[in-house]
Design a protein around this ligand. Sequence first.
Ligand SMILES: Nc1ncnc2c1ncn2[C@@H]1O[C@H](COP(=O)(O)OP(=O)(O)OP(=O)(O)O)[C@@H](O)[C@H]1O
Ligand code: SF4
Ligand SMILES: [Mg+2]
Length: 380
Amino acid sequence: MSATAPAPEPVAQPDSGALLSVRDLRVSFRTDDGVVRAVDGISYDLAPGQTLGIVGESGSGKTVSSLTALGLTRTRGSDISGKIMFEGQDLVAMSDEDLRTIRGNDVAMIFQDPLSALHPFYKVGWQLVEAMQAHRSIKRSAARARAAELLELVGIPDPKRRVDQYPHEFSGGMRQRAMIAMALANEPKLLIADEPTTALDVTVQAQILALLSDLQKRLGTAIIIITHDLGVVAEIADQIAVMYAGRIVERGSTQEIFRRPQHPYTWGLLKSIPRLDAPRGEELVPIPGRPPSLINRPSGCHFHPRCPYVQESHKQIDPRLEPVSGHDGHGVACLLEPSVRERIWSGLQEGRDLDALRRIAAAGQPAGPVATRPTGEPTP
Ligand SMILES: Nc1ncnc2c1ncn2[C@@H]1O[C@H](COP(=O)(O)OP(=O)(O)OP(=O)(O)O)[C@@H](O)[C@H]1O
Ligand code: SF4
Ligand SMILES: [Mg+2]
């Protein structure tokens, strides 16, 4: 299958009222095997104190899109374009030096890989002190006292003793909390939490999410929470962006995404939310098929090889993210007619079988030869 050129979207001006306004962000990596299009034209806004959930399977570009905000994908093999406006400054265009003053200060990240945030050879308290002193002039004794306060804030018992312990003396859940403390050390305006609960058991997961939510209320921090699990963001996020193959294929308020999901991939994610009441091992319904290669992406709609409702024309036409009529802020990139999507979603909720749902998709298509719109042309 051939890769298709990215569909140009009418890109709105950055939102000046937003804390973070991302516009047409593209990140690709030149490798020996070809160009990896990790992030391919994403746009979103995040208001101060709000939470955005970025959801998608492994390799959909969630981490790369966020690392780019911190300048951490600037390597010799990478190409980055678009805008990431943070408080009126473009983080994409900013010098490395200026970015360093923002990173860990106004914008902080809880990394997906815990080892990249906590150094195994240094005491946790010492690392917190260093994080604070890197960005402000604060006496060591005051920073140490603040380090203990931070550990207390994230719910670590006996914080005065714990500051003098090494990361390996902490349990998995406590290390995660220590990482949150580290990220909060300088009271960031934006906190990016990359899979903050994946390695944890369900009870600790719930505690960490409650902690983030509580800290947000108290400190007014805006949060981007990255996860492959829609269930994780259901409680905590105001907005959700669903990513597939480097693009946002659906976005909207959390309520909209759960009440009126529009994209077949989102339907799949919703079905794969782990259910606490399901017998162990039976709770997950994975989406059949594998994530696509980002070097040789499927033609047309990149989701088409895995989509149960694909029509011939969808293999040639690359859908753009279009507004869902009548539902402010809700957007979807799918070529099915809105009324057809609505009927399929209703059918899915009623438990109708897949063949019946496929017939709804096929009946909704125009009869006769399909009039194709070449990839990249604006939708009429
Ligand atoms: N430095 C790099 N060089 C080449 N390819 C890269 C680089 N960094 C990331 N990628 C590729 O970019 C794609 C997106 O990666 P990313 O880490 O953003 O995915 P993700 O959605 O966070 O996945 P996961 O859920 O597994 O964390 C992947 O195919 C990954 O292999
Ligand atoms: S455009 Fe077609 S293939 Fe793509 S998600 Fe919609 S129905 Fe599926
Ligand atoms: Mg990731």
